[in-house]
Design a protein around this ligand. Structure first.
Ligand code: F6P
Length: 369
């Protein structure tokens, strides 16, 4: 299909929401309308096309100029999202009440055709981009837009949502400093990030944490205790510990809250464990704060809005240029195209020799190693 034959495109948002999704939607819609294309939003990932009977609007929402007015600064996504119900492993309950997981990707591609949708722009993390890659291989014209607060996607300098999450976590650390200092306590702050320590590292450095524990460096609690003692000797009776949800002790495992087929496992609980152990081993009063989904909410920062708007506009330009099977990616000062096959299912961990890590070490921040 040549780009000149595009008349109607769809956009879907998949996986955990991230501040900036609505900015992408607005940019896609305005850039599509200016080319004379119609734009539809698919409800809740691909559910709008796979379970249309569940929606009063049939699962597809016409995205007009009016519908996307004033949404750039709003968190969440106006078309909904899900991190369940992958079309590649779709849960179907059989007549005996058992859940079977089936591949509905062929049916999904057919549904795009039935609705005369010529191309898809899909905004998501590694799971959504892996699905996008399969859909592209099955002949659908697809452009991926990288999104996640975790910043763990390969081949893009940064994902939108990350800066907002880091800004909020940093503000929380500032607030916790004063109460920790007033009470002479250890404050353990658990942040999201899945198997990567980007949020913990960036917020921890910006928010002057004393200890940062990340999945990339299994920690030894004795090193954390030594840091607390060292601070006491220097007259600082409190310590701020930032821990990524995917952190684990040397020789130990990540704490998994929930495991299920067809969706990512849920992490969390390491902060509570560390706080309990630190209080028992140091005798110091310790409190834990889990920032959790607060990191996914709120208004996107100016940086995230700008990246999201640039990604949305670039995705439409890519379609207009006849591209498919690619992800738009930030490669300053440009937005480039990267084949979906090169990013699908790949995760980017924090490089231990990166400048931010070296800065943290120079500041004396303890990583539990
Ligand atoms: O990927 C974004 C993220 O917020 C992770 O940091 C976290 O592990 C996960 O999603 C939480 O998912 P849920 O919304 O299903 O609890």
């Amino acid at each position: 299909m040549s780009h000149s034959s595009i008349k109607r495109i769809a956009i879907s948002t998949g996986g955990g929401d991230a501040p900036g999704l609505n900015a992408v939607i607005r940019a896609v819609v305005l850039a599509a309308l200016s080319r004379g294309w119609e734009c539809y939003g698919i409800r809740d990932g691909y559910n709008g096309l796979l379970l249309p009977e569940q929606y009063v609007d049939g699962g597809l929402v016409r995205l007009t100029r009016e519908r996307v007015r004033g949404i750039t600064h709003l968190g969440g996504t106006i078309i909904g999202t899900t991190n369940r119900n992958s079309p590649l492993e779709y849960p179907i309950v059989d007549k005996d009440g058992r859940v079977q997981y089936v591949d509905r990707s062929d049916e999904l591609v057919r549904n795009f055709m039935l609705h005369h949708i010529d191309a898809l722009i899909t905004v998501g993390g590694d799971g959504s981009l892996a699905i996008a890659n399969v859909l592209a291989q099955k002949g659908l014209r697809v452009i991926g837009v990288p999104k996640t607060i975790d910043n763990d996607l390969d081949r893009t300098v940064v994902t939108f949502g990350f800066d907002t999450a880091v800004a909020f976590a940093t503000e929380c650390l500032d607030r916790l400093h004063t109460t920790a200092a007033s009470h002479g306590r250890v404050m353990v702050v658990e942040v999201m990030g899945r198997y990567a320590g980007w949020i913990a590292l960036h917020a921890g450095v910006a928010g002057s944490a004393d200890v940062i524990l990340i999945p990339e460096i299994p920690y030894d609690l004795n090193k954390v205790i030594a840091k607390i003692r060292e601070r006491e000797e220097r007259g600082a009776n409190f310590t701020i510990v930032v821990v990524a949800e995917g952190a684990r002790p040397v020789g130990g495992e990540i704490i998994v809250k929930e495991k299920a087929i067809g969706r990512a496992e849920r992490l969390g609980g390491i902060g509570e464990r560390i706080a309990t152990d630190l209080q028992a081993l140091t005798g110091k009063e310790t409190r834990v704060v889990v920032l959790g989904h607060l990191l996914r909410g709120g208004s996107p920062t100016a940086q995230d809005r700008l990246i999201a708007l640039r990604f949305g506009a670039a995705a439409v330009r890519a379609l207009a240029e006849g591209q498919s099977g690619i992800m738009v990616a930030l490669d300053p000062p440009n937005v480039n195209y990267v084949p979906l096959a090169e990013v699908a299912g790949r995760m980017r961990a924090v490089p231990l020799d990166c400048d931010t890590m070296m800065t943290a070490r120079d500041l004396g921040i303890c990583f539990g190693d």
